[in-house]
Design a protein around this ligand. Sequence first.
Ligand code: FAD
Ligand code: UDP
Length: 384
Amino acid sequence: MTHYDFLIVGSGLFGATFAYRAKLMGKKCLVIDKRPHLGGNIYCEEVEVEGTYGEHSRTINVHKYGAHIFHTNNKEVWDFVNSIVEFNRYTNCPVANYKGELYNLPFNMNTFNRMWPDVHTPAEAQAKIDEQKAEAVSAINGREPQNLEEQALCLVGKDIFYKLIKEYTEKQWGRDCKELPAFIIKRLPVRMIFDNNYFNDRYQGIPVGGYNKLIDGLLEGVDTFTNVDFFDSEYRDWKKYADKLVYTGAVDEYFDYKLGKLDWRTVCFKTRVEDTPNYQGNAVVNYTSHNEPYTRVIEHKHFEMFGQEIYNCPVTVVSEEYSTEYKEGMEPYYPVNDDRNNALAEEYRKLAEKEEGVIFGGRLGQYKYYDMAPVIEQVLMIKI
Ligand code: FAD
Ligand code: UDP
């Protein structure tokens, strides 16, 4: 039986990047994952389509666990991922559909002109927003906005709040905007320029050939087993197999929920093939009213096919994304950062710190929402 330096539970970006770095340092790793595939939430299902031409148009990579766009300001992280796989030039420019009206996101001059046709310049937009938010700003009377509704109304005013934020947010979080923390909406840029790029970061793209190429590159030469749940396997007794454990599963499960269960928000997808080369003209369309039960529709080919390539592939794959409350047996996606869960997560963090020989990592292990780049950043900082 091989004795490993590290047993890594979870083959997502955290586990795979850790394994890659450890391998470079001459360490031996075993990665196990309870899912039937490697890659965690960035895994793509490769849907074969017939009658297509061109280098990357024979398969459509379906982002099975939600649309993933890599973006970062950190050159070290960007260089690192590009040393594993080439990235394309994809820029995320989602469109919002409110009862058939289409608006560019994030909130920028294109959005403002569509919302208020007499607005053409940044000064006119600013004046309009000031007028739109005046009531909300005066209502809070100098104090900080206490919830998402106050924050959004003070940021962009009522027309944008009611058409593009309120109902979308209620669908996404299953709660009234007054019950949600203000910070959630702060991550959306508000721009006085004509720029539909959703992210402010310097670097952005999708791996050429899909995210599985990134995971395959990271895990090349590493022993891996899928369909193995750490808790139901011999590896639970990990010291028999490895010197150290890297655990990227849910932190409360590791401790057998002894302090209580952490809550999650989850999403599920209805995916179908459409018999047209170009279904919605964009990778991401947000549906911002209650008219549709889903939050977004993703058309996966637009992440990797551009120009004529789109039409060389005669069909397309689309996914409707539904946001729901997490129940036993579902995939945990987003931590619920309310007071109860934040306090409970902190207690689990204290337990985790005392656990000898175990590194708790990633979004489940730390009960924190992390984009992909910060996950890599963290692993690059760990002294292996
Ligand atoms: P995961 O990818 O979840 O990997 C954890 C792995 O551990 C899983 O494979 C799981 O099966 C395994 N595991 C858990 N428990 C056990 C067990 N008991 N035994 C064995 N295996 C176990 N980031 C971006 O930068 N850009 C985006 O556009 C973006 N979009 C997102 C959209 C959605 C809907 C979501 C939820 C997240 C998005 N993210 C995005 C964040 C991104 O998914 C995460 O940063 C990344 O997946 C974190 O990697 P991880 O390794 O921590 O977790
Ligand atoms: N949001 C919104 N309308 C949109 C897009 C986003 O109201 O069309 C709000 C929503 O509350 C969401 C938050 O902005 O939770 C942050 O958006 P982001 O796109 O970062 O959400 P995520 O990537 O977490 O799905």
